[in-house]
Design a protein around this ligand. Structure first.
Ligand SMILES: CC(C)(COP(=O)(O)OP(=O)(O)OC[C@H]1O[C@@H](n2cnc3c(N)ncnc32)[C@H](O)[C@@H]1OP(=O)(O)O)[C@@H](O)C(=O)NCCC(=O)NCCS
Length: 193
């Protein structure tokens, strides 16, 4: 089943990119939560960098309690594009969700998962995670990795409920704005089997 069809029972979805074809593990419950508006999914192009950065920075305002800076900017988004891809979810022509996915040999990685605050708790995050997993699985990856900041207490449970387990720690990246509170990254992983 393609990414568009995953949502098709409940909403009309226009799938424009065959590269996003995937067998999502999104549950029927997740699909029902997505709501009635049409969502279009596609892979980002360079021209999308501004809107991706805007969405990520709005969504990641939730991290302002430990970091006084935007999460990204259009140049940083553009620098990621040759290494990986952003999967986008658009409502009419507005970007409402995105996730960055990278193939790293037998492991996949996703980051910068961001959902428009007005659309959170509607299944969009779960949908994008499933799409990222399907993309990596189809490319032959055996595992998926992600990292979270240890100060985000709600995230381990969110990812655990989607099959991820803690798998080590990493220092907070030096190329990011200095946090106000000492912190580190926690890696979480899931077999893609
Ligand atoms: C983390 C984030 C991506 C989650 O996105 P989301 O679209 O809200 O995620 P979902 O809707 O799939 O799931 C959120 C919760 O709402 C629940 N939910 C989904 N639809 C729902 C509905 N209609 N009514 C009530 N709850 C609902 C989900 O079941 C889930 O709860 P669970 O974990 O107990 O199952 C989003 O909050 C975000 O962008 N946060 C800021 C950026 C960020 O922190 N990114 C991750 C960094 S690692």
């Amino acid at each position: 089943m393609g990414m568009a069809e995953q949502l098709g029972g409940l909403r009309k979805v226009k799938e424009e990119s065959s590269q996003l074809e995937s067998k999502s593990s999104m549950s029927e419950t997740d699909k029902e939560r997505m709501g009635p508006d049409p969502i279009r999914t596609r892979t980002a192009e360079f021209a999308d960098a501004e809107s991706i950065a805007r969405l990520v920075n709005i969504a990641f305002r939730t991290e302002r309690f430990f970091i006084d800076a935007d999460r990204t900017d259009p140049d940083k988004v553009r620098m990621l594009l040759p290494k990986g891809r952003f999967l986008l979810a658009e409502e009419v022509s507005k970007l409402v969700g995105c996730v960055y996915v990278e193939l790293r040999g037998e492991r996949g990685y996703f980051g910068l998962l961001a959902v428009d605050p007005a659309r959170q708790h509607s299944g969009m995050g779960s949908f994008l995670i499933a799409a990222a997993e399907d993309y990596c699985r189809a490319a032959g990856c055996l595992f998926m990795d992600l990292t979270i900041v240890n100060l985000r207490k709600e995230l381990p449970g969110y990812y655990r409920r989607r099959g991820y387990l803690k798998n080590g720690t990493l220092p907070f990246p030096e190329d990011q704005h200095l946090p106000k509170i000492p912190c580190h990254l926690v890696r979480m992983s899931k077999p893609l089997g």
